[in-house]
Design a binder for this molecule. Structure first.
Ligand code: SF4
Ligand code: SF4
Length: 436
């Protein structure tokens, strides 16, 4: 893979910490789960980076070899080694495919902070700045304000189409895919259920989701109320720490998770609802990430994706149906991270006039993956092209994608290719059918 001008920065893989003597056990990762890998290769074809490059070092099995060799002190975190590990999307498709139960997510999660400490100072500073920007509400709003001011503009989309295949074209398409600001009011503190109450949920409005998709948050609480759920909105919960965690800033991520835990209050709730799939998968790991906090395990156990809860409780008959053909894209942290695949389909089937159309490789990452499309733009662009090829082949007029990052990514791909397809959150589609 060629070196790139992404946020990792030139020479991002250069080790800066003094190298340990060769052969020294480094103990940044528990080796026992690594030994469960029997090298069968059944994970290879599920791995987006392997199917794109065909290189063993860009596959789960190859990365497990690299991590073991690093851990045992047989190799150093050179630029090349770090490139292969950075290229991992953290999509967890390999966990789904692995018959031996290798916990790949935990392995790469333990490796990233160790790699982070050994990056060159400019790359480390860039990644720290990116994490800081995304987790602070004020900074995030300022950063996204220009995009939200021009988001959806047809001029941007036309320019993106002309520059399709270039980095400038990708950035313009991303800007055009950001939903424009509509002056959506803040969510209320509490939304009471319609009809017989069936339980209380705490809704975490999220960070990027809250900034870019406030209408989806309104759709979520409206649908939950229609299903009989009393919803409390945790306005002060802040970022759950998933984004810094995925950038290898594990301590920052744990600090944010601890702050969120403290902000939840003592009022008992039945469910905790994240607003993004990545946050949901992260919160479900809270018991491991904050093993010293007794409340973290309860938080993890109560976390459920809103689509999974709605499918479990059921919704009343829709007021209207969706006439267009719909295909479903499976966000990695919903499908592989939380095992939620059938629930959005069941809910959508109930409101669509026509059967859902299959989307080839629906579980293959679209290249969004948290901040991956910023830190690894070349591979992100390749995966997006592959996803848009599948969308075109499906013939769908609407692609349902239940994650803010996937929404912007797939929308940007559709805009830059000029294809006539809408990319929408299933919760927005359901709200149109049930609430409008
Ligand atoms: S499927 Fe599992 S056991 Fe087989 S090579 Fe991949 S990680 Fe190893
Ligand atoms: S997490 Fe995704 S990108 Fe990384 S090795 Fe597994 S399948 Fe490949």
């Amino acid at each position: 893979m060629a070196e790139t001008s992404h946020v990792n920065g030139p020479g991002s893989g250069e080790a800066t910490a003094p190298p340990e003597p060769r052969g020294t056990q480094r103990r940044f990762v528990d080796t026992a789960p690594l030994l469960a890998c029997v090298h069968c290769g059944l994970c290879q074809d599920a791995c987006p980076t392997y199917v794109e490059t065909g290189r063993e070092a860009d596959s789960p099995r190859g990365r497990i070899h690299l991590v073991r060799a690093l851990e045992e002190g047989r190799i150093e975190p050179t630029a090349e080694v770090t490139r292969h590990l950075d290229a991992c999307l953290g999509c967890l498709a390999c966990e789904t495919a692995c018959p031996s139960g290798v916990p790949y997510g935990a392995v790469i999660g333990a490796t990233r902070p160790w790699i982070e400490d050994r990056r060159g100072a400019p790359a480390r500073a860039a990644r720290r700045a990116l994490a800081a920007l995304l987790v602070r509400p004020f900074a995030r709003r300022i950063a996204f304000a220009p995009l939200r001011a021009v988001g959806g503009a047809s001029l941007l989309a036309r320019a993106a189409r002309r520059l399709h295949g270039t980095r400038a074209g990708s950035l313009l398409a991303f800007a055009a895919a950001v939903p424009p600001a509509r002056g959506t009011p803040a969510l209320p503190e509490v939304v009471e259920p319609v009809g017989t109450p069936r339980g209380t949920a705490l809704f975490l409005p999220g960070c990027v989701a809250e900034t870019l998709f406030p209408e989806t948050a309104h759709a979520t609480v409206g649908l939950l109320a229609a299903a009989g759920v009393r919803v409390r909105v945790a306005h002060r919960s802040g970022c759950c720490g998933a984004l810094p965690h995925h950038l290898g800033r594990a301590d920052d991520g744990r600090g944010l998770l601890r702050t969120l835990l403290r902000s939840l209050g003592d009022e008992p709730v039945d469910w905790i609802l994240p607003s993004a799939a990545g946050c949901g998968a992260h919160l479900r790991e809270a018991g491991h990430l904050l093993a010293e906090e007794p409340a973290a395990g309860a938080l993890a156990a109560k976390t459920i994706d809103p689509l999974a809860l709605l499918a479990r409780l059921g919704l009343p008959e829709p007021r209207r149906r969706i006439a267009e053909t719909v295909a479903v894209h499976d966000p990695c942290h919903l499908a592989h991270g939380q095992g939620v695949r059938e629930e959005p389909r069941a809910l959508l089937r109930a409101v669509c006039e026509k059967p859902l159309v299959p989307l080839r490789e629906s579980e293959l990452c679209c290249g969004s993956a948290g901040t991956y499309n910023l830190t690894e733009p070349e591979m992100a662009a390749r995966l997006l092209e592959r996803k848009i090829d599948a969308v075109v082949a499906s013939g769908a007029r609407i692609v349902a994608a239940a994650n803010p990052g996937c929404l912007v990514q797939v929308r940007s791909g559709a805009l830059s290719r000029g294809i006539d397809v809408r990319v929408e959150h299933p919760l927005d589609l359901l709200a149109r059918a049930h609430l409008d």
